[in-house]
Design a binder for this molecule. Structure first.
Ligand SMILES: [Zn+2]
Ligand SMILES: [Zn+2]
Length: 150
C-alpha cells in the first residue's frame, strides 16, 4: 500500500521532530486506512528525499498547507510536505517507511473522526480547532527546542 520504489531515500533521516497519529478523514482517504501514523521532519534536514519523483495533491482546499504525495512510478502513497505559518517546509513520512527506531507517538489528533478506538495512554485531541492548535504547538516547541540545543 505504501510506495516501495526508493526506500533508500529514507535511510539517513535525522530524528523526527515528532510522531503523531492523525485520524482525520483526509488522511483516511489518502491512505485508504483508518489513521495516519507519521513522523514530521524539517524538509531541509532531509535533502536525500526525491521530491521530483513524487506527485503532490491538495486533498482539501487550494489553500491547505498540506500537499499529499504519491509516487509517480507506482502511484502508491509516499509522503506529504507542508509549510505551516511563517515556518519552513516540513515533510511528514509514514512511520512504516522510516528505516529507524521511531520515537513514541506524542498525540492522537482528530480523534473524534476515528474509525476505531485506540487503547493506549497517548493523549487524544478531538475536533479541527484543537487538532490544528496541537500541531502548531508541536511544531513550535520542537523548532524552539532544536534552536536552543544548537
Ligand atoms: Zn513507487
Ligand atoms: Zn490527517
Amino acid at each position: 500500500m505504501y510506495c516501495n520504489c526508493n526506500r533508500g531515500q529514507f535511510d539517513q533521516l535525522p530524528q523526527p521532530l515528532f510522531r503523531l497519529i492523525c485520524h482525520c478523514k483526509t488522511c483516511q482517504k489518502y491512505l485508504d486506512r483508518p489513521y495516519n501514523d507519521e513522523c514530521t521532519f524539517l524538509l531541509k534536514d532531509c535533502s536525500q528525499i526525491d521530491i521530483d519523483n513524487t506527485h503532490f495533491t491538495s486533498y482539501q482546499t487550494k489553500f491547505s498547507p498540506i500537499l499529499r504525495g504519491k509516487c509517480k512510478v507506482c502511484s502508491k502513497v509516499s509522503y506529504c510536505i507542508t509549510k505551516i505559518g511563517p515556518f519552513r517546509h516540513f515533510v511528514m513520512i509514514p512511520t512504516q517507511l522510516i528505516n529507524m527506531d521511531p520515537p513514541h507517538p506524542v498525540v492522537h489528533i482528530y480523534y473524534d473522526r476515528r474509525v476505531a478506538d485506540s487503547n493506549d495512554n497517548i493523549r487524544k485531541v478531538c475536533g479541527h480547532f484543537h487538532s490544528q492548535l496541537k500541531i502548531q504547538a508541536l511544531v513550535f516547541t520542537s523548532i524552539i527546542s532544536r534552536f536552543f540545543r544548537l
